[in-house]
Design a protein around this ligand. Structure first.
Ligand SMILES: NC(=O)c1ccc[n+]([C@@H]2O[C@H](COP(=O)([O-])OP(=O)(O)OC[C@H]3O[C@@H](n4cnc5c(N)ncnc54)[C@H](OP(=O)(O)O)[C@@H]3O)[C@@H](O)[C@H]2O)c1
Length: 315
């Protein structure tokens, strides 16, 4: 398949480019401001909120499938910049979905577990009603609606706290407004001997970026439409997730201390529990998301293959 990957310079998009190529597909990588330089891969600049750019890039890429991972997803930034958040996450998604439909291409949109408010009985399935608590969450939910309304062959994937190892030598920058992913930030913090205060009262389903890329490629090859949860199979709090990372990488446990959401004074509300079950993906598409131990085995292989690794992470 020819696959146009929007957000190819990002955490998930870069994994998708690699895995799509490894599976024998032809990826075309679209970046916003950090050019994608992978030998043998076509790449193109694209701001998904610009209608003329979307038209041109989708037409020229001649994709069978468009996978949209591009977003403004710094949750606190979105809270104070709602117009920008909606222009990218909702309107830009609609533009891409319709442009894909115009050339008969399938469309996949990467959304978020934050569409839920934490009430009821998480972990949530696709039939649970969303109730966004922040501008970011609303912009992504409305992005989902725009994706599905704009293309009869569209699916939405909802991951949760996406993580991966970012090599020490890599530049950490993205126009999503999001800094280093949570697990890479935490591992580097402790490896540098610095403490980390982590919330015990936010539960999610941490999702390994490589596993999400695998799920998206499985969805790309399927004809199923609608919403799919695509999240790691083990729900746990951010604190417990970090505790697992401390154990796995032999880091000093005393550097990890508990805190709660109230003491962080974040601009945007976060759901207390946005964990997800991904049974529909397994049932309808035949892809099973990894449990935490298996995902950490894969993470650990990427960490240990980094030539720039500090000695404190070389256990
Ligand atoms: N990270 C998480 O914990 C998490 C959790 C749940 C859901 N999600 C969702 O998962 C998706 C992927 O996240 P990620 O961690 O891979 O993010 P990321 O590493 O920050 O990458 C975001 C990508 O979006 C691109 N981008 C930003 N603004 C754009 C625009 N206006 N037009 C086109 N592309 C634009 C960036 O391009 P440049 O860098 O080239 O500027 C970058 O390639 C996002 O949709 C996010 O909402 C993330």
């Amino acid at each position: 398949m020819r696959i146009l990957i929007v957000g190819a310079s990002g955490q998930v998009g870069s994994r998708l480019v690699e895995q799509a190529r490894a599976e024998g597909h032809q990826p075309v990588g679209a970046y916003r401001s950090h050019p994608v330089e992978v030998p043998g891969i076509e790449s193109v600049a694209l701001d998904k909120s610009k209608p003329a750019e979307v038209e041109r890039v989708v037409r020229d890429a001649r994709p069978d499938v468009v996978i949209d991972t591009g977003a403004l997803h710094n949750v606190d930034y979105c809270e104070t910049h709602p117009d920008e958040a909606l222009a990218v996450n909702r309107d830009g998604t609609g533009l891409l979905s319709r442009a894909a439909a115009a050339r008969g291409a399938r469309f996949l949109f990467v959304s978020t577990d934050f569409v839920f408010d934490g009430s009821g009985h998480p972990p949530y399935s696709e039939s649970d009603p969303p109730h966004p608590q922040s501008v970011y969450a609303r912009s992504k939910l409305e992005g989902e609606q725009a994706a599905l309304a704009g293309n009869p062959n569209a699916a939405v994937a909802r991951p949760s706290v996406i993580y991966s190892w970012v090599p020490m030598a890599a530049t950490i920058a993205s126009s999503s407004g999001k800094p280093l992913n949570f697990a890479s930030w935490f591992l580097r913090q402790l490896a540098d001997g610095k403490p980390a205060r982590i919330v015990t009262d936010q539960v999610a389903s941490p999702t390994l970026a490589d596993d999400l890329a695998g799920a998206l490629l499985a969805l790309a090859g399927s004809t199923r439409v609608g919403v799919f949860h695509t999240a790691g199979a083990t729900p746990l709090s951010r604190f417990d997730f970090c505790r697992k990372l401390v154990e796995r990488f032999g880091l000093p446990p005393e550097l990890l201390t508990p805190t709660d959401s109230a003491s962080l004074a974040q601009a945007a509300a976060r759901p207390r529990n946005s964990s997800l079950v991904s049974h529909r993906l397994e049932r309808d598409v035949g892809y099973s998301m990894l449990d935490l131990d298996s995902a950490l085995d894969r993470l650990s292989r990427s960490v240990r293959s980094d030539p720039g690794l500090p000695p404190s992470l070389r256990h």
